[in-house]
Design a protein. Structure first.
Ligand SMILES: [Zn+2]
Length: 379
């Protein structure tokens, strides 16, 4: 099969990409319910004669085609974020429809469209190739940390490169920030509200810490991603109006740039909050989770494959960074250079009336197909 034939064959399956996208959107795959879509896709592939595996937590199965030792992994997540208020939607979020050349519904853009594009690219190529070089995985739990999804399998995967179909508007996203979540517990001493001088007010000290933390200056800067950020997002404290509060807890969302580690970021936070222990309070600092930043070198083969494929379908390749996290980190932590590349605009993901252009789905299928092709033919 020549690449021109491949492109034509994918074009012939336009309708199939659209139907698959619509079908996938109609399955509500909010956190914990991904399995139904995985099962549907597994039957879809089996009808074409492929062998599939469903693995993972009950009800949240992940779909796997191919060997963990294949040279290239293509991945998409099946879960979607909750639809939010029903009145925010013109039509119900899980009743997809087509309007003005776009598909509407929860997950259209993030990222059932990309899943459909990948699936059809794979099926089209399989008409001419044994697909031994490709590992295709459609996984659960991306929106909630990925540990019941790609994260479950990462240490078995031995691919040399990876592509995740997150909505990047077909730009190559080769880097993104990482993050840690940190819980700070401040303990003071309770006292009667009429004699505050006898107690140590945990809320007061927590607020001083928050002030210091938000005034922290970050020196390091990534040329693409900019500086790290820090935000206090939740706070609890006190018990009663007439009691000096002896406890206060707050959570920190700290975003890291490539080159930073969770331990480094945690130490900076510790240094700020622990200096208040000299005033008689106790401070407990706990790292709740860590998601590492991602950076793929521009010289990597996966970027070359993406560039060539994009050019072939008439898209000028552009390499970008992203502030949010993704499942790519699981593969990058394994030393597998992994990019994000998918149809749909990032800003439409997670919103009301989420949608994606049908044309971009076809383009994405061609780009994925061309990348698979080049990987299989040229290695
Ligand atoms: Zn996504």
């Amino acid at each position: 099969m020549e690449t021109d034939v491949l492109i034509r064959n994918i074009e012939k399956r336009k309708r199939e990409i659209l139907d698959l996208t619509l079908k996938l959107i109609s399955i509500d795959t909010s956190e914990g319910k991904e399995g139904e879509a995985a099962l549907f896709l597994s039957e879809y592939f089996e009808e074409y004669g492929f062998e599939t595996r469903l693995e993972g937590e009950e009800g949240r199965e992940n779909l796997i085609l191919g060997s963990f030792n294949a040279s290239m992994i293509f991945n998409g997540h099946l879960d979607v974020v909750p639809p939010g208020r029903p009145e925010g939607w013109r039509n119900p979020p899980f009743k997809p429809y087509v309007k003005d050349g776009a598909v509407y519904g929860r997950g259209a853009c993030d990222m059932k469209g990309a899943v459909a594009s990948m699936a059809v690219a794979y099926i089209t190529l399989a008409e001419a190739f044994k697909m031994d070089d490709i590992l295709l995985m459609f996984t659960a739990d991306e929106e909630s940390g990925g540990f019941a999804g790609l994260g479950m399998f990462a240490n078995k995967i031995d691919a040399t490169m990876g592509v995740i179909g997150e909505p990047t508007d077909m730009n190559i996203v080769s880097s993104h920030k990482g993050s840690i979540g940190v819980r700070i517990r401040v303990k003071g001493i309770p006292a009667h509200g009429s004699k505050p001088e006898l107690g140590i007010n945990a809320i007061y000290y927590a607020s001083k810490m928050i002030q210091d933390l938000t005034e922290m200056e970050f020196v390091k800067e990534d040329p693409v991603l900019g500086k790290p950020t820090l935000m206090v997002s939740l706070i609890w404290g006190g018990e009663k109006l007439n009691m000096v509060p002896d406890t206060c807890e707050f959570l920190i969302d700290r975003r890291m740039i490539p080159g930073e580690s969770g331990d480094m970021a945690l130490k900076e936070i510790r240094d700020v909050v622990e200096k208040y222990t000299e005033y008689g309070i106790d401070v407990d600092v706990e790292k709740m989770f860590e998601m590492s930043p991602v950076k793929v070198d521009e010289g990597e083969r996966v970027i070359e494959l993406a560039r060539n494929a994009l050019e072939k379908v008439g898209i000028k390749p552009s390499i970008e960074g992203m502030s949010g996290c993704s499942d790519a980190r699981f593969l990058v932590e394994r030393g597998i250079p992994t990019i994000l590349l998918g149809p749909g605009k990032t800003e439409l993901a997670h919103g009301y009336d989420e949608h994606i252009d049908i044309e971009s789905l076809e383009q994405a299928a061609m780009v994925y197909g061309l990348m698979m092709y080049e990987c299989m033919v040229m290695g």
